[in-house]
Structures are given as C-alpha cells and as structure tokens.
Design a protein around this ligand. Structure first.
Ligand code: IZC
Ligand code: ZN
Length: 433
C-alpha cells in the first residue's frame, strides 16, 4: 500500500456505519457499527483503512509527511450530509418570522404576497456575485457545524433567466467550496406573480422550456416540486416530475408538508429518490414509500420554526420499513439554520428517533437521499474521507448536548477544513505555518 496522507487515531468511538450498501431501513437504521479505540487512514482524499488502531497501523505505511490527527478519545462519525436546503437566496425573512410569532400563519403570509414570492422578488433583483457571497457564508456555517455535503435547490427565481442565474451560482459553489454541493432544480416552488392567472401555463413552461434548458446545461441532478394545497396540485406535480425524468433529472418531492396532498403516493408512483417533509402523510402513503424504497427526508427544524407541535411520524415510518433521513431545510422562510446538529437533536427529542437512528439519518440515509451513498455517508475503504471529530466521548451525546457546536475538527476529502490542523482538541497556540 502507498504511504497514507492522513491518519485519525485515538478515536474512542469510531462510528463507521459499515454495512450493506444503500439506505438503512427498520431495525438496520440503528446499527452504527462502532469500533472502539479506532483509527481511519486516507490517501488522496479516500479512505484506505478503518478499524481498531492496531489493525489500521498494521495495514498502512506512514511517512514523516503523514498528518496524524489525535482524536483524544473522542467520537468520530462520517461528515453529516444535508439532503434538503434552499441555501441560495438574496434576503432573510425575519419580518415574516416576527409576524408568525404574533399569530399569522405561513400560508396567510404567502397568500398576502410574502413567503416564497418575497424571496423571488429579492433574488431577481440580486447580482450573481451577491448570491455567491451569501451562499458561501451559508456553506461556511454548515461546514463549521459538521456538514460536508449539502443538496442546494433553486426555486427563488421562477423565470428561466433567474433559475439559470441561481443554478449557475450553485454550480460555482459546487466547484469552489469545500462542502460538496448537489444541485436540484425547483422551478415548481411557487407560481410567480406573472403566471398566477395561468397556473397550468406555468406548469407547461416549467416542463417544456425550463427543464430542457437546465438539463441541457448540466446544471441539476434532481428535479423537485412543492406539491401542496394552494401550490402545485398532484397532477401538475406529476407532469413536472415526469418531464424531469425524461430530461435525466431524478425526482424529489416536497410531500405532505402542510396537508395530506398525495405527495408520498406520487413519490412512489414516479420512483422518486426521496419524499421530503411528510408531516401530514397518510398511512397508505407510508406503505407506498416503503414498497417503492423511497427515502423519507424529515425536516423537524421547519416544524419547530413554524411554531407547530405536530412533528412527522418518524416511528411509524421506521416501523413500516421506510429509510428515514434528516435535513435542515435551510431557507429564509421556514427553517433558518445551517446546523444538522440541532436537527439530530430534534429528531431524538420530538420524533423519538434513537440517537443511533438519528445519526444514520444524517449520514448514510441522507447520502442515499441525494444518490451518493456509494461515495459518502459511511467510513469504509474506498469512500471519501469526510469525517467529524466531536467533542463528546459517547455518540448519544451528539443529540443530547444541544444548541452548541460540538464539531471540533472537520475533515473533507482527507483535508482538515475546520479545527486544529494538528488535531488538538483544545485550543493551543496557532500553528507556525
Ligand atoms: O422560502 O418558504 N416550504 N418551501 C416550501 C419553503 C418552505 C421555503 C420558503
Ligand atoms: Zn424545501
């Protein structure tokens, strides 16, 4: 074996999640495959050895140039994957947040011209440079909190020109930021003002003009739609998702967030990679998701931020055999957070997912929700060396100790991108270089 570039050693609990490929469902969702006193080694950004410290030291060769990170007995997990964000936007919406606190609902604000349409007005007026600067700061915060891959949706442009502007910004972020970015086209996020009197006309425009243009430029991997009362109907959503499939964009869907709208059933019908939100999903919808192998992406930060008390029924989904993932939904309207840590905490506290199930949901199942479970989401030979050293000595403390940042070091593609380059756990003098 070639000499390794990186060794992370002295890991108290190494959460590898090694196991069968693909998302983990049912009882498998709580199997973390923890190695005690573990180590990980990488060459050129990929893992080459994982196991106990003795096994890894036996298997590899190191040189004076090998970077050795001492985890100090702490927990190490795969980098978190955030599979549902709207992280490129022009302006925050704390004005609406304050209105909601005083009693206005998300739908009332949207109906009055606020909500997504307010974000559309500001994004259309913003320059690509401004969007890039703001998007970069958002991804920086994600990385600081342990997210090493994020899906990012368009959907605040809602015209061909403004959607392409957004997707080109997302593409620039993907090429230049340490966080790996997965692009999703969400032209069907809302009806823009100029099409509100001809909704079916807008659906045809999205399906026949926007999707081919986006796919033609290779700017998206997924096509998503907000299937919801007052937004896109079941039939309109189906039409758009199938147009996406024709153009090579895999389907994702905002399903059953505020009302039972048949979103889960539609996800199963079109073979969606994920169905997201699912707060109001029907029992039959859960069965259909399980049968079709669709990943359920749950977004408890949105429920919390909207001041609601009914959370998605994660237990029913896990018991039915649906693989459950978690995401921030990072967006200016309904979930203004970049931290997957608070989402993992909410999953345990409010969705009653065990700490192990929640960690699986934020790693391998989240990777499956963006079609990347072959590359990321577990710590196994051949996978990207994306990992986090946490300031805890038991993985159950990750959801337990909430509201603070527990990520002490973040490694992305084998490079230390956050924390101390020499792996110290507590701050010391700055490194000489
Ligand atoms: O900007 O309000 N639900 N899309 C669907 C959102 C929330 C984002 C927003
Ligand atoms: Zn969303």
């Amino acid at each position: 074996m070639a000499a390794v570039d990186l060794i992370v050693r002295n890991i108290g609990q190494l959460v590898t999640l090694e196991g069968p490929s693909g998302p983990r469902a049912g009882p498998a969702q709580k199997e973390l495959a923890i190695v005690r006193r573990g180590a990980v080694a990488a060459v050129d950004g990929r893992i080459v050895a994982v196991g106990t410290e003795g096994e890894v030291t036996e298997a590899i060769e190191s040189t004076p140039d090998t970077l050795v990170l001492d985890a100090g007995g702490a927990v190490v997990t795969p980098g978190f994957v955030d599979p549902h964000t709207h992280a490129v936007f022009a302006r925050t919406r704390e004005d609406e947040f304050a209105m909601r606190v005083e009693g206005k609902s998300y739908e009332e604000i949207a109906e009055a011209g606020g909500g997504i349409r307010s974000s559309v007005r500001s994004l259309r007026a913003a320059s690509a440079d401004d969007l890039l600067t703001r998007g970069r700061a958002t991804l920086d915060r994600m990385l600081t909190h342990g997210t090493t891959t994020a899906e990012v949706k368009s959907g605040y442009g809602l015209s061909l020109e403004a959607e392409l502007k957004t997707l080109r910004v997302i593409d620039t972020l993907a090429r230049t930021h340490d966080v790996d970015v997965v692009p999703t086209f969400l032209g069907a996020h809302e009806f823009p003002d100029e099409w509100r009197d001809d909704r079916d006309g807008y659906v045809v425009h999205v399906a026949d003009e926007m999707i081919p243009a986006v796919a033609g430029e290779g700017l998206a991997k997924f096509c998503d739609v907000f299937c919801e009362e007052g937004v896109f109907t079941f039939e309109q959503s189906r039409r758009i998702l199938l147009a996406g499939v024709d153009a090579g964009l895999a389907p994702k869907i905002h399903a059953d967030e505020l009302h039972a709208s048949g979103g889960a059933e539609l996800a199963a019908m079109v073979g969606a990679v994920s169905a997201d939100h699912l707060v109001c999903v029907s029992d039959d919808g859960i069965v259909k998701l399980a049968e079709a192998g669709v990943v359920a992406v749950l977004l408890p930060g949105t429920t919390l931020s909207l001041g609601k008390t009914e959370f998605a029924r994660a237990r029913a989904m896990i018991e039915a055999g649906v693989p459950v993932a978690l995401a921030t939904d990072c967006n200016p309207g309904s979930s203004m957070t970049e931290s997957m840590q608070i989402i993992v905490s909410l999953a345990s506290m409010m969705l009653r997912m065990t700490p192990a199930e929640a960690i699986t949901a934020a790693t391998v199942n989240a990777a499956a929700a963006v079609g990347l479970d072959g590359e990321i989401g577990t710590l196994a030979p051949g996978k990207l060396c994306d990992l986090v050293i946490w300031e805890v000595d038991d993985h159950r403390a990750i959801p337990y100790h909430y509201g603070v940042n527990l990520a002490t070091s973040v490694v992305k593609r084998g490079r230390v991108v956050r924390g101390h380059p020499d792996g110290r756990k507590t701050p010391g003098p700055a490194p000489a270089h």
